[in-house]
Design a protein around this ligand. Structure first.
Ligand SMILES: C[S@@+](CC[C@H](N)C(=O)[O-])C[C@H]1O[C@@H](n2cnc3c(N)ncnc32)[C@H](O)[C@@H]1O
Length: 361
């Protein structure tokens, strides 16, 4: 398997795999980590003989991948292609792709995803060159299949690996290619001119992981709301937002008719008796254990919200030790919101985002 992550966070993904799942990495580079298929040798097969399918990953491996927090895309059983020229790489990838299509009928749009570390200057041009050359080769043989290609990663978290063509350039002449990938749900989001902060992008991305976003008429309590990116995101969908922060709201959140701003301490705030918010948002720049003990625990245990988007900053703590605590059977998430998804989002920095539904009493 080849697992991608945000560049600069591969060391944490390596540790997550090793310390939380007992799975050692075989190698890693900027924005990617490679692990062996369970029971397999560490080497990735080079282009197999035409028609030979890649070896399937075990269900245990796939289950483990679905729980990874730092992973963005997991290429299942990739082959490794090497070559010096654009046309040479395209020809080898085409050989693999066309052979793998022999017993397959493609009737619907399929993801055609080409990625590589942005840190490698000039790699983007090479990727587009190979992608274009491959497109031409596929068009010549199977124009209908080529027309159904889509460049977007499917939205949301995939319950099972998605079929398509997934190509990851580890370097200019070294490429991993897979027909299946597990989609962990992270996505680059579009900005909004009225959004008062970059944080806005995080909550928008979090909705895609949860598979749900605030609806008109729903209620949101936003703890640590200023300058108001998250509040604005909910309010523009018609939700009613209570924004708690001593700081000022700005941009589209300032004086928004759907947003009530209260200058209060988020750690002292509790809903009035009998009030249950549809959503808890929490994006406090605070030590994560403090947030867990004084906000997450009471809000989830007492059922003060139905679902949540919570961002925990791990800059001052060990991220993997924190994850171990969050995933432990006795954590507030395991006890009160067992399906919680934990992710290092595309728009996250040294922080984790948790989304989930609170178990109703
Ligand atoms: C990262 S910012 C939140 C950004 C916000 N989610 C957005 O989209 O614009 C963190 C906020 O937490 C607020 N904050 C920190 N401690 C707080 C507390 N005890 N009570 C209320 N707000 C607090 C800060 O004032 C700051 O505005």
């Amino acid at each position: 398997m080849l697992i991608t992550c945000q560049a600069g966070f591969e060391a944490l993904l390596v540790r997550e795999l090793a310390e939380l799942h007992g799975t050692p990495a075989v190698e890693h580079g900027p924005g990617w980590v490679r692990i062996a298929a369970a029971g397999a040798e560490s080497a990735v097969p080079a282009v197999p003989a035409a028609g030979a399918p890649p070896s399937a990953a075990t269900p245990e491996r796939l289950r483990m991948c679905s729980q990874l927090v730092f992973a963005h895309l997991t290429l299942v059983s990739p082959i490794e292609v090497r070559g010096d020229s654009v046309n040479g790489l395209a020809a080898r990838i085409a050989e693999f792709f066309l052979a793998s299509l022999r017993n397959e009928r493609i009737e619907v749009a399929w993801p055609n995803i080409w990625q590589g570390p942005a840190e490698l200057v000039g790699l983007g041009r090479r990727i587009s060159g190979v992608e274009h050359a491959l497109g031409e080769l596929v068009k010549k043989k199977l124009s209908r299949v080529a027309r159904l290609a889509r460049a977007e990663v499917p939205r949301g978290v995939s319950a099972a690996p998605v079929r398509g063509l997934f190509v990851f350039f580890a370097d200019f002449g070294r490429v991993f290619v897979a027909r299946e990938a597990f989609v962990h749900g992270q996505q680059r989001m579009a900005d909004d001119d009225l959004a008062p902060s970059r944080s806005y992008l995080k909550v928008e991305e979090a909705y895609a992981v949860l598979g749900r976003e605030p609806q008109a008429g729903e209620t949101v309590c936003d703890l640590g709301a200023a300058p108001g990116g998250w509040s604005y995101s909910a309010a523009k969908r018609g939700a009613r937002v209570l924004a708690i922060d001593n700081g000022p709201l700005k941009g589209g959140a300032l004086d928004h008719p759907q947003i009530e701003h209260r200058r209060e301490d988020a750690f002292r705030f509790a809903p009035e008796s009998g009030v249950v918010f549809d959503w808890l948002f929490c994006d406090l720049v605070e030590e994560p254990h403090h947030v867990l003990q004084h906000i997450v625990e009471p809000w989830l245990a007492r059922g003060w919200c139905r679902r949540f988007v919570i961002n925990l900053k791990f800059g001052r703590v060990d991220a993997i030790a924190l994850l171990r605590e969050l995933q432990a059977p006795g954590s507030a998430f395991s006890l009160h919101a067992p399906g919680t998804a934990m992710r290092h989002l595309y728009h996250d920095r040294e922080e984790l985002t948790l989304v989930g539904d609170v178990r109703q009493a």
